[in-house]
Design a binder for this molecule. Structure first.
Ligand SMILES: Nc1ncnc2c1ncn2[C@@H]1O[C@H](COP(=O)(O)OP(=O)(O)O)[C@@H](O)[C@H]1O
Ligand SMILES: [Mg+2]
Length: 588
C-alpha cells in the first residue's frame, strides 16, 4: 500500500534562521529590504537610546498587506517570492531583494517580541510573534497559534510597521552609525527610497565630491556601469572603495580592482573613492549567499580589467586637479613669504615646497598648512641654506651620489622640517610653563603667540600680522580707551588670514574664565572694527570658558579657546608631523 510522509518543522528553525545574521544591523537591513520590496518610498527606523527599554521600530509606507496576504505570504516560510510574484515589484519595477522567504525572522535576532502591524485597503492587521512561544512549543511550526487582530483603517493608509521589544540584552545594540553605513552601501544613491535612522535621512547623495560615470559594453559580460565619487571632506570614509552590484544587489565588500597594490596610485586619494560597478552579466558567478564572486570567474576578470583602467585614469585626473587647487589656496601666503627670499633661493624653495606638498597629498588642509608653515619658517633661516650649500659643494667635489640621494628622497627637506618641528615643541614647553605660573600676565602670552602665530594654525590657517593692520588697531584703541577707560583697554592683536579674512584676538589672563560678558565685549570690539576689516572674526583666549556658558549659544564668528587647548592642539599637530617624518625616514 502506497503511503506518504511529511516533513516536520521544528519551530526552533525560525529562530535559528533569525540568528543567521552577522550583526543586529544586518538583521535590521533585512527588514528594510522588505520595505523596498513593498514599493515603499520611505522607511523610518527608530533605534532605542542606550540603556533604555525602548523598542526598535521600523515603519514603511509600502503597499502593506491584507489579512489574506499576511496569512498566505508573510507567514509562508522559505517560499521564493520571485517565483511567486516575479523579479520586479508591481508598481515601481524595483528588482526584488527578498529571495529566501525568511527575512521576517531577522527581527527575532535582536528582540524577543516582534509586533507587525500592516495597513492595506482600509484594513489594519496586527500580528505578534514571540520567540519564547517558538522555542517552547512542542508542536510543528505550522501548528503554532499566533495572535492576529484586524480592524478598520482609512482607505488611503498603507504601509507596515515592525516593532521589536524585549531586545536581546546579550547582543550589542544596533548603532545608528553602523546601520547607516550598511544601508548607505546599498540604498545610498536611490532617489525613490528614503531611509531615515532616528529621524535623519541617509545622505550619500549629499557626499560632496567629484563624481564620474562610465559605461561600456563588454564582449561576454554585457553592459557595465561604473559610478565613482571622490569624497571631499576631512573625515575618512568608513567603507571606501567600489562595490560590485549584480542584479541590483551588492556583492561582497568594496574593492579597488588591485589598485591598492599599485605604487603609482596615491593611496590617500584611493581611500576617498566611493563607488559602485553594475555588472548584471556576472549573475551566474555570484556565490549562493551573495557574499562574493566565485574565484576564477573569467567574467569578473574582464570587468575588473576595464574598471581598473577607468578608476586609474580618474584618480590621476582628480589628483592633478586637487594638487593644483590645494596649492592655489595656499599660494597667496606662499608667494608673500617667498617674496622675501633672494631669487636663486626662491626658485629652490618653490621646488622643495612642491616636493613636500606632493608627499603630504591627501592630508587635511590643516595638516598641509602645518607642513607648509614649518617649511616656510625653515626657508627664512640660514641653516637651511647652509645644508643646501653643503650639498652643492659636495656635488662639485664628486660626492654626487650621496647628495643626489639626499635630494631625491627629499631628505633634506624632511630633516629641516624635523629640526624646525622640534624647535616648535620647545616653544610649546615654554608656553606650558608660562601658562601654569600664577603670576603670568596676558601680555607675556600675547608676545609668545604673536611671534608664533603657527600656534593657532589648526583653526586659522596661515595667520600673519602686519604693520598696517597693527596701526589701524592701535589708532582705534587709543581713541576708544582714553581717560578713565584707559584701564579697561583690552589686550588685542589683529591678524590677516588666508583669503582676505581677518582675525581679532583678545588675550585674557590665563587664570580668568571667559564668561558671557567677555564674549559680549569681544563681539563689540569686533563690530567696531568691522568698518576697517570685513569679514572679521574674533577669538578670545583665556583660562577657559566659564562653566555656566553654553558653547552652542555663541554668535557666529566668535571663538573661545583656553591657552591649554591651544597648546595641546599644536602639540598634537606637531606630534603627527614628527611621526610622519619618522615613518618617512624608515621607508626611504
Ligand atoms: N514590510 C512589508 N510590507 C509588505 N509586505 C511585506 C513586508 N515584509 C514582508 N512582506 C511580505 O512577506 C513576504 C515574506 O517576507 P520575507 O520573510 O522577508 O521573505 P522574502 O522577502 O524573501 O519573500 C514577502 O515576500 C512580502 O510579500
Ligand atoms: Mg524579505
Amino acid at each position: 500500500m502506497a503511503k506518504s510522509a511529511r516533513f516536520q518543522v521544528d519551530p526552533r528553525l525560525a529562530t535559528l534562521l533569525g540568528e543567521s545574521y552577522r550583526s543586529s544591523e544586518h538583521a535590521l537591513k533585512e527588514l528594510v529590504d522588505n520595505a523596498w520590496d513593498a514599493d515603499a518610498h520611505e522607511v523610518d527606523i527608530q533605534l532605542p537610546a542606550p540603556m533604555t527599554n525602548d523598542p526598535i521600530v521600523i515603519r514603511d509606507d509600502g503597499t502593506g498587506m491584507t489579512e489574506q496576504e499576511v496569512r498566505s505570504e508573510y507567514l509562508k516560510v522559505a517560499s521564493d517570492r520571485r517565483s511567486r510574484k516575479g523579479e520586479e515589484t508591481l508598481s515601481l519595477k524595483r528588482r526584488i531583494k527578498g529571495r529566501k522567504g525568511i527575512g521576517k525572522f531577522a527581527g527575532l535576532m535582536a528582540a524577543s517580541t516582534m509586533v507587525m502591524e500592516t495597513q492595506a485597503h482600509g484594513k489594519r492587521t496586527g500580528l505578534v510573534i514571540r520567540k519564547e512561544d517558538l522555542l517552547d512549543s512542542r508542536q510543528d511550526l505550522e501548528k503554532i497559534d499566533l495572535p492576529l487582530t484586524t480592524s478598520e483603517c482609512d482607505e488611503r493608509d498603507h504601509g507596515t510597521t515592525i516593532t521589536l521589544t524585549d531586545l536581546n540584552q546579550a547582543l550589542a545594540f544596533p548603532t545608528a552609525e553602523r546601520l547607516r553605513e550598511l544601508l548607505v552601501l546599498e540604498y545610498g544613491r536611490r532617489s525613490d527610497f528614503t531611509i531615515r535612522v532616528n529621524g535623519e535621512a541617509l545622505a550619500i547623495e549629499d557626499i560632496p565630491g567629484e563624481a564620474f560615470t562610465e559605461r561600456a559594453q563588454l564582449q561576454a559580460e554585457g553592459p557595465v556601469k561604473l559610478s565613482l565619487t571622490f569624497a571631499e571632506g576631512k573625515r575618512p570614509l568608513k567603507h571606501p572603495g567600489v562595490v560590485v552590484r549584480v542584479g541590483g544587489k551588492v556583492v561582497g565588500k568594496p574593492i579597488y580592482f588591485g589598485l591598492d597594490e599599485d605604487e603609482e596610485v596615491p593611496g590617500k586619494l584611493l581611500k576617498k573613492v566611493y563607488g559602485e560597478i553594475e555588472a548584471d552579466g556576472l549573475a551566474a558567478d555570484v556565490t549562493p549567499d551573495w557574499g562574493a564572486i566565485i574565484e576564477n570567474s573569467t567574467g569578473f576578470k574582464a570587468v575588473e580589467t576595464w574598471a581598473r583602467e577607468q578608476l586609474k585614469e580618474k584618480l590621476n585626473k582628480v589628483f592633478v586637479r586637487q594638487m593644483s587647487l590645494a596649492k592655489a589656496r595656499l599660494q597667496q601666503e606662499i608667494d608673500r613669504r617667498l617674496a622675501g627670499l633672494p631669487e636663486h633661493r626662491r626658485r629652490f624653495a618653490e621646488a622643495a615646497l612642491q616636493r613636500v606638498l606632493t608627499k603630504f597629498y591627501g592630508e587635511s588642509e590643516e595638516r598641509r598648512g602645518t607642513v607648509i608653515n614649518v617649511m616656510l619658517d625653515a626657508f627664512e633661516r640660514d641653516e637651511y641654506w647652509a645644508v643646501i650649500q653643503a650639498i652643492e659643494v659636495a656635488r662639485h667635489q664628486g660626492v654626487a651620489t650621496f647628495a643626489d640621494a639626499l635630494g631625491q628622497f627629499g631628505l633634506v627637506d624632511m630633516a629641516v622640517i624635523g629640526l624646525q618641528t622640534r624647535r616648535r615643541l620647545e616653544i610649546l614647553d615654554r608656553l606650558d610653563e608660562l601658562m601654569t605660573r600664577p603670576d603670568t600676565q596676558e601680555k607675556e602670552l600675547h608676545q609668545v603667540i604673536e611671534r608664533n602665530l603657527w600656534l593657532l594654525e589648526g583653526d586659522f590657517t596661515l595667520l600673519s600680522s602686519n604693520q598696517t593692520v597693527a596701526t589701524i588697531l592701535k589708532k582705534w584703541a587709543d581713541k576708544e580707551f582714553t581717560g578713565d577707560r584707559a584701564k579697561k583697554r583690552p589686550d588685542l592683536l589683529l591678524c590677516a588670514m588666508l583669503t582676505g579674512r581677518h582675525l581679532l584676538i583678545e588675550f585674557k589672563e590665563p587664570g580668568h574664565s571667559i564668561d558671557r560678558d567677555d564674549e559680549t565685549q569681544a563681539t563689540k570690539y569686533r563690530d567696531d572694527l568691522r568698518r576697517h576689516f570685513d569679514p572679521l572674526e574674533v577669538l578670545v583666549i583665556g583660562g577657559r570658558a566659564a562653566t555656566s556658558v553654553d558653547a552652542n549659544w555663541r554668535p557666529p564668528g566668535l571663538h573661545v579657546r583656553s591657552y591649554a587647548a591651544v597648546v595641546s592642539a599644536a602639540r598634537a599637530r606637531l606630534g603627527w608631523l614628527l611621526d610622519q617624518l619618522t615613518n618617512d625616514q624608515q621607508a626611504a
